[in-house]
Write a protein that binds this ligand. Structure first.
Ligand SMILES: [Zn+2]
Length: 228
């Protein structure tokens, strides 16, 4: 069923994804139980962080789900999962301030964020379309269609790669600013960093998986020499 190249390209990447997901859940759970000395909720911490950089036009609201936190640049809204929004744990404050970091990137016109936002609509329709084109093209033996699918998938890979500097930078800003604003102590900052680094690892795993998947498709189409 699976081509041998599947084992050498995709399997290690999928394993890394699993490890990263496990690590982010484990660190988040651990530091969800460690309360900050400031006693600020995630929402309050994010508000202070935004104010410290002069941002007053970003809304902060709770959203359902676990780790569903995100910044919406269209409506300038920081949506924090209920636990992150209301809890004053180190994990909640770290995640909330990371999301505030995205709002700051947006306000500053940080280039990588702009590029990422531009790619979002392409990724939304493109992922399934690329699978469809590849499967159809390979299925009926129409190579050009399959190559078009692979090209479209390459844009998904670009998106996953562009996400990396955006995520790293948001965490870097969050860590520096929450320390400067007195939201966390030096020790607490180091703990929040563990949660944020684990979260970053999931993005690294996703990017590697996407790259490996692209190589897999390309190998299937004979990009690296004829298959026997
Ligand atoms: Zn982020």
């Amino acid at each position: 069923m699976f081509h041998p190249i599947f084992i050498i390209t995709l399997l290690p990447a999928l394993l890394l994804s699993l490890i990263a997901t496990f690590m982010v859940q484990a660190t988040f759970r651990k530091y969800s139980g460690v309360m900050s000395t400031s006693g600020l909720s995630g929402a309050e911490a994010a508000r202070i962080l935004l104010r410290s950089t002069g941002i007053t036009d970003v809304m902060i609201e709770p959203v359902r789900g676990l780790l569903t936190d995100h910044y919406d640049p269209v409506s300038k809204t920081l949506r924090l999962s209920e636990n992150v929004y209301s809890s004053s744990s180190i994990a909640s404050i770290g995640v909330a301030c990371h999301e505030a970091g995205h709002a700051i990137q947006h306000a500053e016109g940080y280039g990588w964020l702009g590029l990422r936002t531009t790619l979002v609509p392409i990724v939304q329709f493109g992922t399934y379309l690329s699978y469809f084109l590849f499967a159809l093209g390979a299925g009926i033996g129409y190579l050009k269609l399959a190559i078009l699918g692979v090209f479209l998938f390459a844009l998904m890979v670009a998106f996953a790669i562009v996400t990396l500097p955006v995520e790293w930078d948001a965490s870097r800003r969050a860590r520096e600013l929450m320390l400067n604003a007195g939201i966390v102590t030096i020790e607490e900052e180091a703990h929040a960093a563990k949660v944020l680094n684990a979260a970053f690892l999931t993005y690294v795993a996703a990017a590697i998986t996407a790259i490996m998947q692209l190589l897999y498709y390309m190998a299937q189409l004979g990009f690296f020499g004829r298959r026997r």
